[in-house]
Write a protein that binds this ligand. Structure first.
Ligand code: TYC
Length: 132
């Protein structure tokens, strides 16, 4: 669904003493009657899609089913019906897929699950793995 064409401004954040953020010495005031700021207009086409990661829930004998359903609703935006189906799958098969995300999003969701489980003293385990 994401567009492959993603224009990226080549200039980084302004460096100290170089408010335009371009190459030093090119932002001379008066040049072209402009403002003295470089305006980088170069673009490149992003051809590499970001790697994706599966976030998985693992079964255990102690975490309440309702807590797992709640986790799936809250952190993985699942309906109650979807959450119940995924929870039962994990319960029966030992592992199940919560969702697929970019690295930082997956990492955050794993941390949120583990944190809430720990705070409720449930042994629920959640892991991420590369989706290749
Ligand atoms: N097996 C747990 C029970 O019987 C329920 C459970 C489901 C636990 C999914 C963890 O990821 C899990 N209470």
């Amino acid at each position: 669904m994401s567009s492959d064409f993603d224009p990226i401004r080549m200039a980084g954040p302004p460096a100290p003493g170089n408010p335009g953020g371009g190459a030093p010495g090119t932002g001379t005031p008066g040049e072209g009657g402009g403002t003295g700021f470089d305006l980088a207009t170069e673009t490149r086409v992003r051809t590499n899609k970001p790697s994706l990661y599966r976030v998985l829930l693992l079964n255990d004998d102690y975490t309440p089913m309702e807590f797992v359903v709640f986790i799936l609703e809250r952190f993985f935006n699942r309906s109650r019906e979807q959450a119940t189906r995924i929870m039962l799958h994990v319960h029966q098969k030992g592992v199940g897929l919560c969702g697929v995300y970019t690295y930082e999003v997956a990492e955050t969701k794993v941390a949120q699950v583990l944190d809430l489980a720990r705070r409720h003293e449930h042994p629920l385990q959640c892991v991420m793995e590369k989706d290749d």
